[in-house]
Design a protein around this ligand. Structure first.
Ligand code: GLU
Length: 449
């Protein structure tokens, strides 16, 4: 952890007092506030307008009951959330997560990060996040549908293409978004394509959206390495996770010449020294809804499944944590550094603990925080909103080209911001400051609201 500037410290203390027990939220806020010392020194007007205090407080927090019936007729009650965090730059934008670990603190940490991530994309989108403690794993399609319909029956009144535009996240993919969109359309009697992103291609979805978070993460690593004239070509890469972000990070890293040797899930990891067969991985995960142990089995003797362990034990040049928050600890970072890692980029949101990030910084390892490295997903959501607003549908080539340009520009702006504020090479500071300044200037312009 870094020290907090004296002007910033009271803001953090208020956050701790006002949001007791929300550890991940405190962590996310602290990570941003730690880097804002040079910003408040340069911009006394932000301090006077209490912009830090205002940015830390969500504009609106919605918590609701989600009752539904399983296939045997048994009644379940889940909790639904939507935190509409900041709308200075555009409609609230951010995903929905369905996972048993979801609670208000998790949604707030994700929503808070989303504000700055969305701002650094340069797109006109505010920040928000939502979800439920519902676990789609092991549920039938009919059960998932009934849950989604109940969830949207309450949430729909807060959404709208100009108001709040959810997308997917962990546990929410094309299937869930389909059911959510169907219910929204039915209740409102409007074909309002721009109210959700990550939609299926035949009903308003955008090409490359599904792939964009993982692809963008690979592009971002390529950009970081490119500063010193290096590239992913010939490097061994560790990917954790095996969901949407991980699968498409694997695909793009391999297209750029790297060799991805691991993927994982909550039961363990796969080590595949010849390089992950991404088509087989897609079949196992996207079609069969299986586990990485199934992948290892289908791969014959080439890949090994290691139960109950993390991928960070495997030697590699680059590490891409693409699973979930706090999955890479200080100890894992020490192992990676001892094994010669040169770059780390967060495909997931806040996967590295503060201790891990500090270890990477001290060892001179390139570190791309999620707010920059996984921003390709939400940036492509903004492209989906553009296509929906103009009732257009872009080609694959054009969409991928736009994503590549956005990641290039985002890297440049984060890199230059870090230099401008006296932290050269510090992508954490660069992303936080670039995002913060953009949101703060818009908030100042809008007056005290
Ligand atoms: N949940 C994703 C994220 O963390 C996507 C959000 C979106 O596309 O709105 O950025």
């Amino acid at each position: 952890m870094r020290a907090l500037d004296e002007k910033v410290l009271p803001v953090y203390e208020t956050v701790l007092r006002r949001n007791p027990g929300e550890q991940e939220f405190h962590q996310a806020v602290r990570e941003v506030l730690e880097t804002l010392g040079p910003v408040v020194a340069k911009h006394p007007e932000y301090v006077e307008a209490k912009l830090l205090e205002r940015i830390c407080e969500p504009e609106r927090q919605i918590i609701f009951r989600v009752p539904w019936q399983d296939d045997r007729g048994e009644v379940h009650v889940n909790r639904g959330f939507r935190v509409e965090y900041n709308s200075a730059l555009g409609p609230y934008k951010g995903g929905l997560r369905f996972h048993p670990s979801v609670n208000l603190g998790i949604v707030k940490f994700l929503g808070f990060e989303q504000i700055f991530k969305n701002a650094v994309t340069g797109m006109p989108i505010g920040g928000g996040k939502g979800g439920s403690d519902f676990d789609p794993r092991g549920r039938s399609d009919a059960e998932v549908m009934r849950f989604c319909q109940s969830f949207m029956t309450e949430l729909h009144r807060f959404l709208g293409e100009h108001t709040d535009v959810p997308a997917g996240d962990i546990g929410v993919g094309a299937r869930e978004l389909g059911f959510l969109f169907g219910q929204y359309k039915r209740i409102t009697n409007r074909y309002e394509s721009g109210v959700l992103t990550g939609k299926g291609l035949s009903w308003g979805g955008a090409r490359v959206r599904k792939e964009a978070t993982g692809y963008g993460c690979a592009y971002f690593v390529q950009e970081m390495l490119g500063v010193d004239g290096r590239s992913l070509d010939g490097l061994d890469v560790l990917v954790s996770g095996s969901g949407n972000v991980a699968i498409y990070a694997v695909e793009k890293v391999q297209a750029l010449g790297g060799r991805v040797v691991t993927v994982s899930d909550s039961s363990g990891y796969v080590h595949d020294p010849d390089g992950i067969d991404v088509e087989l991985l897609k079949q196992v995960k996207e079609v069969d809804r299986g586990r990485v142990s199934d992948y290892a089995e289908l791969r014959g003797g080439r890949a090994r499944f290691v139960p109950d362990r993390q991928v960070w034990d495997v030697p590699g040049d680059v590490a891409l944590p693409c699973a979930t928050q706090n999955e890479l600890t200080g100890r894992d970072a020490a192992t990676l550094i001892a094994n010669g890692v040169i770059a780390v980029a967060e495909g997931a949101n806040m996967p590295c603990t503060p201790e891990a990030i500090r270890a990477f910084r001290e060892a001179g390892v390139l570190f791309g925080p999620g707010k920059a490295a996984n921003a390709g997903g939400v940036a492509t959501s903004a492209l989906e909103m553009q296509q929906n607003a103009s009732r257009d549908s872009w080609t694959w080539e054009h969409s991928e080209q736009r994503l590549r340009e956005i990641m290039h520009e985002l890297h440049r702006s984060v890199y230059e911001t870090a230099e401008e504020y006296g932290a050269p090479g510090d992508y954490v500071a660069g992303a936080n400051i670039a995002g913060f300044v953009r949101v703060a200037d818009a908030m100042l312009a809008h007056g005290l609201i």
